[in-house]
Write a protein that binds this ligand. Structure first.
Ligand SMILES: Nc1ncnc2c1ncn2[C@@H]1O[C@H](COP(=O)(O)OP(=O)(O)O)[C@@H](O)[C@H]1O
Ligand SMILES: [Mg+2]
Length: 257
């Protein structure tokens, strides 16, 4: 076993009396794709918020490539190679598709690279943005305004934006939510292609079990903030408690303050 890219120890988040994430332990190996499943309110987004620095954990530790990143602000964690998407679209509607990616690439270059002059810098940003659009197979939409492209293409654009900071660890929050079955299939196969390049480690929260089983090397099953089970897709399919808790009845949302 190699050193984990991400090591989570006893990660816990409480909101008042409500424990959203409770004592999660997880080691993620480089280039693994981990799916995080669990009913609404299980704590998946809160888990992401802590790993990406948007929320401080109440307890526990987050290590990225051996470095303690617990409680660091989002921009620092981003510069260390962690990038995340949001459940809700996070793109600028009046800008073109390509400009949306250029904004993200520029933000990254500003920190990490000095190019001699404006023109060559601009050129490099454009090339990189177009390369990312190509990876997501939306290059032909480069000059459209983002607001006019389909919902599925917007979500792919969002992934291009997420990849613009050249992350090693990519957190996707329900990448196929709201997509048509065809868009879901296309997105699943694109994420699989990105995973197969070996350039990325993915954490993916997802409700669609076909997507989960099609992408995940391992699955973390969360239930009421807790780690119910971690295992391969086959182990998850065979696990009676997991079937009951997640593949079975819908959980009732608990009214909490
Ligand atoms: N900012 C917040 N303030 C208070 N409670 C929150 C906040 N964010 C999430 N929660 C609560 O934490 C629990 C887990 O929510 P969340 O992480 O969004 O779950 P999931 O993404 O799995 O649906 C829920 O009970 C939710 O109401
Ligand atoms: Mg969520």
């Amino acid at each position: 076993m190699t050193d984990p890219i991400l090591k989570i120890s006893n990660l816990t988040k409480r909101f008042g009396g409500n424990t959203a994430v409770s004592g999660i332990n997880l080691e993620v190996q480089p280039r693994e794709t981990i799916a995080i499943i669990g009913p609404n309110g299980a704590g998946k987004t809160t888990f992401y918020n802590m790993v990406s620095g948007r929320m401080n954990p109440t307890e526990g530790k987050i290590e990225l490539e051996g470095q303690d990143i617990t409680g660091l602000p989002p921009h620092k964690i981003s510069r260390m190679g962690v990038s995340r998407s949001f459940q809700i679209n996070n793109i600028f509607p009046e800008m073109t598709v390509q400009e949306n990616v250029e904004v993200a690439v520029t933000a990254f270059h500003g920190h990490s690279r000095k190019l001699f002059n404006f023109a060559s810098r601009n050129r490099a940003v454009q090339d990189e943005a177009r390369e990312l659009l190509g990876k997501l197979q939306i290059l032909e939409l480069a000059d459209r305004r983002a607001e006019v492209i389909s919902y599925g293409d917007k979500r792919l654009l969002e992934i291009a934006v997420v990849l613009a900071t050249r992350p090693h660890l990519v957190l996707l929050d329900e990448p196929t939510a709201g997509m048509t079955p065809d868009e879901t299939k296309r997105t699943t196969s694109l994420i699989r292609q990105l995973a197969d390049t070996g350039d990325y480690t993915f954490l993916i929260t997802e409700h669609d079990m076909d997507v989960v089983f099609g992408l995940a090397d391992r699955i973390l099953v969360m239930h009421r903030g807790e780690n119910l089970f971690v295992g391969t897709p086959d182990e998850v399919k065979a696990h009676p408690e997991v079937r009951r808790a997640y593949l079975g009845e819908e959980e009732e949302e608990e009214a909490s303050a």
